[in-house]
Design a protein around this ligand. Structure first.
Ligand code: 2AM
Length: 189
């Protein structure tokens, strides 16, 4: 049997961003919705979900990340606003956005997509949207209250996130929720 691990590539978030996520969730939790909230300490910005990866592929994934990072120049982004995917009519995921008006996050995700495609990873069909998932909606219980509260929440514009490193994570699904473990980190060369 091929040994695999579930893996993804992400940007780790600052303590200040995690604190904002915690505050946002604390505002929404009393609404009594049926949402599985992401633990703030687990929150991240996913650049590429790899799924089940053969362990023997991990060194070439790490090398691909290092190569993609060579063109990465340190930059800053900031939290924008919260929202839901795919839209208010069928909300499934609660998120907070990250500013990508300059397209740098999209370019980074795109270059990873291309480089990982070259070593056999399936291309993501959906367009990249710079977001942090903060909750997954299980049922539509009290959904109107949830959507109204999300629309009414203003994220302080001063909350910045620096992007100068990408992390390959191992994800282990447990009954208590996913456990994420960094396997390697790549920085600009
Ligand atoms: P997202 O919800 O932030 O978009 C780790 O599981 C991360 O991989 C998740 O935070 C999720 O990012 C992303 N991901 C993308 N596709 C996924 C899938 N099919 N199953 C699980 N996670 C996926």
């Amino acid at each position: 049997m091929a040994e695999t691990i579930r893996a993804f590539i992400a940007i780790e978030l600052s303590g200040q961003i995690k604190e904002t996520i915690r505050n946002f969730q604390e505002r929404l939790k009393p609404l009594g919705c049926d949402v599985s909230w992401v633990k703030p300490e687990n929150a991240h910005l996913t650049l590429k979900f790899l799924g089940d990866v053969k362990i023997k592929m991990i060194p070439s994934v790490t090398e691909t990340l290092a190569n993609s990072c060579r063109d990465l120049r340190f930059f800053e982004t900031a939290l924008t606003r919260p929202g839901v995917f795919p839209g208010l009519r069928h909300p499934r995921v609660v998120w907070i956005g990250l500013d990508d008006t300059e397209g740098k996050l999209g370019q980074l995700a795109g270059s990873l997509e291309t480089a990982l495609g070259d070593i056999g990873f399936r291309k993501e069909k959906r367009d990249f949207r710079a977001h942090i998932t903060v909750g997954r909606i299980r049922t539509l219980k009290n959904i109107t209250q949830l959507c109204d509260a999300i629309k009414g929440f203003t994220v302080p514009s001063s909350i910045k996130q620096s992007v100068g490193q990408i992390t390959l994570f191992k994800s282990t699904l447990t009954p208590q929720g996913p456990v994420y473990e960094p396997l390697s980190q790549s920085r600009p060369g």
